[in-house]
Design a protein around this ligand. Structure first.
Ligand SMILES: Cc1cc2nc3c(=O)[nH]c(=O)nc-3n(C[C@H](O)[C@H](O)[C@H](O)COP(=O)(O)O)c2cc1C
Ligand code: SF4
Length: 413
């Protein structure tokens, strides 16, 4: 069980920005199928595939589409394709935009159809500005072919799509922060409830969905649910895009079957198992786990068992030359820098954690620093959005698996 290709099946066999070549490899067959079988059956198919959102929260996509459809609204209904991809070490959505933009667009239209939406945005990370023109060109080509606009492929369904350049902040990947950003405000989360699905962009029902998730939806319709679930393992069917970086000789993006071991993933990217000290799985807010756990299967439950999660699909490999405390200090700097400052636990907690990490790094920490570290990390759980709330994971896991590394940095211990 290793490399697979369900999502990326046609990648490389056509010019990514040629709509005619995309159509020649079966492009838009999925959309046609969805439109002809109706939204209810399409949502049913997505549910049957067991697909869980690929943006990090793992929410079942079929359920999400059904909830989007039934959300009460009296004006516009939106789909926001999340291509903000701000988690360090995460670059699989960039790969999908570069190699399969029409598949992404096709998936967004199908998601919009299921949700009963009439408008959509691809919210693209500001740092991906170099792709904006190409993405806008691809959208214009889909309009020309009748895949966007009024009465799409003579189905009676109307849907418009635009690109929106991200606000340049990690937090803009959070659903409400993204809505605020598109509305022209600074990207900061709102309190819940109400939820984005009911009261999102311009207070209208909004479906926020990840770039990989829509790419899977397009191919679920084009091929079949049966084919998708023939990959992976029983409790976790299908394939997953991952980005592997760090101390490996062949970093990059891979499509793997769920159930592939972490060991195999490291090897796939040219890493030497003997040299690995730890991995960080799932992005900056993902678990930092010891090399002793490399036999764990890459599945939602497999990662949970090692206190981790699939998260953003990032796998960062660190060898024995990497100091786990220094690594964690970089992670902390990221969260400190990216905190939007709206809530106290995250704003003040990160300020203090940052100081503690600096003292640990320079071996100036005292035992009280370690006690405060644990208290602050736990207090972050009371943060307003997922950024603060999930930040606990790398800190707790690093502490659990590398306690001696912490102790070695403390004076008098
Ligand atoms: C701070 C923060 C940053 C996020 N960044 C992203 C992101 O870059 N891309 C993404 O797809 N989801 C991101 N999410 C998750 C989204 O809020 C949302 O759950 C996701 O886009 C839903 O799509 P899915 O159901 O397909 O996973 C982020 C969440 C938080 C709290
Ligand atoms: S947890 Fe951090 S990023 Fe999220 S709202 Fe609070 S301050 Fe902003």
């Amino acid at each position: 069980m290793s490399k697979a290709n369900f999502i990326t099946k046609e990648f490389g066999s056509y010019k990514p920005y040629s709509i005619n070549e995309y159509i020649s490899v079966g492009g838009f067959k999925g959309l046609k199928k969805a439109l002809s079988q109706g939204y209810e059956k399409t949502i049913e198919d997505v549910s049957a595939s067991g697909l869980q959102g690929r943006g990090g929260a793992n929410y079942p996509t079929g359920k999400k589409l059904a909830q989007a459809r039934s959300a009460k609204g009296y004006g516009n209904r939106y789909v926001l394709c999340n291509a903000d991809e701000g988690e360090p070490g995460t670059f699989k959505d960039k790969y999908l935009l570069l190699n399969g933009i029409y598949q992404v667009i096709e998936g967004i239209i199908i998601a919009g159809y299921c949700a009963g939406a009439n408008k959509g945005y691809i919210y693209v990370r500001e740092e991906y500005t170099f792709m904006h023109k190409d993405i806008e060109y691809a959208i214009s080509q889909v309009y020309k072919k009748g895949g966007l606009g009024e009465n799409i492929l003579n189905s009676g369904f109307n849907f418009d799509l635009k690109l929106f350049s991200g606000g340049g902040s990690y937090i803009c990947g959070e659903g409400f922060a993204m809505c605020e950003s598109i509305e022209g405000k600074s990207g900061r989360p709102r309190s819940k409830p109400p939820y984005v699905k009911e009261c999102g962009l311009f207070n209208d029902p909004t479906l926020v969905i990840n770039t990989e998730t829509v790419s899977v939806i397009a191919n679920l319709m084009k091929y079949s649910v049966e084919e998708f679930v023939s990959y992976g393992v029983e409790d976790c069917p299908g394939t997953k895009m991952i980005s592997v970086s760090g101390n490996v000789s062949n970093p990059g993006v891979f499509e793997v079957e769920f159930g592939t071991s972490l060991k195999k993933i490291v090897q796939m990217a040219g890493g030497n198992i003997e040299d690995v000290k730890f991995l960080q799985i799932g992005g900056a807010s993902g678990a930092i786990i010891s090399s002793k756990l490399l036999n764990a299967p890459y599945t939602y439950s497999g990662m949970k068992k090692v206190m981790g999660s699939i998260g953003s699909g990032a796998v960062v490999v660190c060898d024995k030359t990497v100091d786990v405390i220094e690594y964690l200090a970089v992670v902390e700097e990221f969260f400190h820098h990216e905190s939007c400052g709206k809530c106290v636990p995250c704003r003040e907690g990160n300020r203090q954690l940052s100081l503690i990490m600096q003292r640990l790094k320079t071996k100036k920490a005292k035992i009280n620093d370690l006690r405060n570290y644990v208290k602050i990390v736990n207090a972050l759980d009371a943060s307003l959005c997922g950024s603060g709330r999930t930040q606990i994971v790398p800190f707790v896991t690093a502490y659990r698996y590398f306690m001696n590394d912490f102790k070695s940095k403390i004076q008098g211990v």
